[in-house]
Design a protein around this ligand. Sequence first.
Ligand SMILES: [Zn+2]
Length: 280
Amino acid sequence: MGDNAINRRQFLKWTGSAALVLALPPGGLHASGPAEVPVPPSLMLHSRHRWRLEPMLAALCREGFKGITYADLERALLGQAGLPARPVLITIDDLCPARGSPSFAYFAAMKSLLVEYGFAATFSVVTRPDVPHDDAVWDQLAAWTQDGIRLETHTAYHSNLDNPALTDRDLEAEIRGSAALIRERTGCDVRALVLPYGNGCNARTGAIDPRIEAACQQAGLRFVVGITGGRAPLPVDIGPDDVLYVGRVGPGISDDAHGALHELAHWGASGGRRAGRTAG
Ligand SMILES: [Zn+2]
């Protein structure tokens, strides 16, 4: 090949950056951009997927996926940034900073793999303010945010938010209290409530329980993340207090890289069913 020849990788790189420039006119996306943004395919994982994360990341890389976070999605909705051509939102649930938590090493290993593969991703934190915390864990989580990792709240006590016995005060502790603690301990600007068990919204309509929505507004959160539904494109003309519901999917029946790719490929059509052996 001569000096003027470009290979396929260079061509894709060039067209990718050209598309991004075209998508960002002066004044942001909204002046001439799309009226809505598709919900990126969103993968829900837990610590038990630690053995399967590396093949998943390798498969996602091979397919051209790029990891994004809820903060990235929010910036896209606000017209402040574009999204990559094939975005994927990876969330890993149930990290807890309680002292002696046996699973933290598993989450840390998964974080290392994400960084190794260059994937931005999200850990959903259950803050458990009622038990002693491990300051070293909080310090590590704060450091992770420098590596493209974001932390979102998975409530204070991993409660079923559909429980009608929860008072407004309970909801405030679960949502605003947990988000505030993560912000205080890590400096991460928490943007999302990841619903335990996916409960807290109408599975059929995707409507957020009004009390949870109000608690999220008070907490300054933009997204409520469930499992079912939440695949319809999001409007870009959002108000400052609007809270948006988005769904996720587990890595399929096989619960591995093959299942994850299959579910992400069918994201738009996968609608309302639950996937995976445990949820949320
Ligand atoms: Zn959970």
